[in-house]
Every structure is written in structure tokens, then in C-alpha cells.
Design a binder for this molecule. Structure first.
Ligand code: ZN
Length: 168
């Protein structure tokens, strides 16, 4: 199992580098990321969350094996609408907030065979794609909150910051 990095670990604030090669190590990393995501009960996990600053994420909104999606070097090429819903993040434990995002997105990415994929999503899946892609640009979900929203979580963020400085 991989260790999930928690805010304010600096790797979470970095812009991740493009994946240049799909090799055995990358395939193994993807397997371990799925395993970690299921154990932690998440619907998505981005490589920076396990300390790898590369543009790779995994998503599974159904929990079934055919719901598994691997996105290598993903980009959002189109988005529409607006939707607000509660969101959390394995790297920001104990905090959930209502976040407004696009309601529908089209994402272009590569799979582990190097094939280009084009995925259209709405609902939870669209939210997960946007959340995970933000991780690749060093952005965490609470950065999308307005001032009032941030005020409500300030205390908990501070607790995470203190916990981070105390860890061995
Ligand atoms: Zn997250």
C-alpha cells in the first residue's frame, strides 16, 4: 500500500510533469494506486497524492472493476454548465465542502496501452475528473472555495498543518 500524502505536503502543491514513457513501473504504480484508493474508499487518486509528481490519475466512480479508468497526461478539452456538490479529498482528511465545478466535461488522455481516449462525463464522474486533474496542477479542492467557505474550514486546515510539522 502506498502512503497518501496529506496537506500541506509540498508535493501536492507542485505542477506535475508529463508522463514520457509507459513502462512496467508505471503499470505497477497504477495497480498500487487503485489498491490504495479502494482501501481508503476514494473514487479517484492522482499520482502526486502518493508522492509521484507525474500527470497520471485513476478514477472509479462505480466501485466495480469495469469502472476503472486510468488517465495518462489528461486534459479537459471542453466543459459546460455548473454544478455544486459536496467534495472531499484523501489528502485533506476530515474536511468536506460544497464546491462548484463544470457540470459536464470532455477529457482527452492516454490509457496504459498508449491509446488516446476521449471521455465525456457528467455528475460524480465529471467532478472526479476535474478534482483529479486539479491535483496534477498542484491545486486542492478547498482553493476553489470563496472566502466564507474557506473561513469555515480554517481551523481544520490549521490542525492538518500542525500535524504535518510534527510528523517524523
Ligand atoms: Zn483529492
Amino acid at each position: 500500500m502506498l502512503k497518501v500524502r496529506a496537506y500541506p505536503d509540498p508535493v501536492l502543491g507542485r505542477k506535475a510533469a508529463a508522463v514520457r514513457r509507459i513502462d512496467k513501473n508505471l503499470v505497477r504504480l497504477v495497480d498500487e494506486m487503485f489498491e490504495t484508493m479502494y482501501t481508503e474508499k476514494g473514487v479517484g487518486l492522482a499520482a502526486p497524492q502518493v508522492g509521484e509528481s507525474i500527470r497520471l490519475c485513476v478514477v472509479n466512480c462505480t466501485g466495480k472493476s469495469d469502472g476503472e479508468m486510468v488517465l495518462v497526461n489528461p486534459v479537459i478539452v471542453e466543459s459546460r454548465g455548473e454544478a455544486t456538490d459536496e467534495e472531499g479529498c484523501l489528502s485533506v482528511p476530515g474536511i468536506r465542502s460544497k464546491v462548484t465545478r463544470a457540470e459536464w466535461v470532455k477529457v482527452r488522455a492516454y490509457d496504459l496501452d498508449g491509446n488516446e481516449l476521449e471521455l465525456e462525463a457528467d455528475g460524480l464522474e465529471a467532478r472526479a475528473f476535474q478534482h483529479e486533474l486539479d491535483h496534477l496542477n498542484g491545486r486542492l479542492f478547498f482553493e476553489l472555495l470563496n472566502d466564507a467557505g474557506r473561513m469555515t474550514i480554517r481551523g481544520r486546515l490549521k490542525t492538518l498543518e500542525e500535524r504535518f510539522t510534527k510528523q517524523p
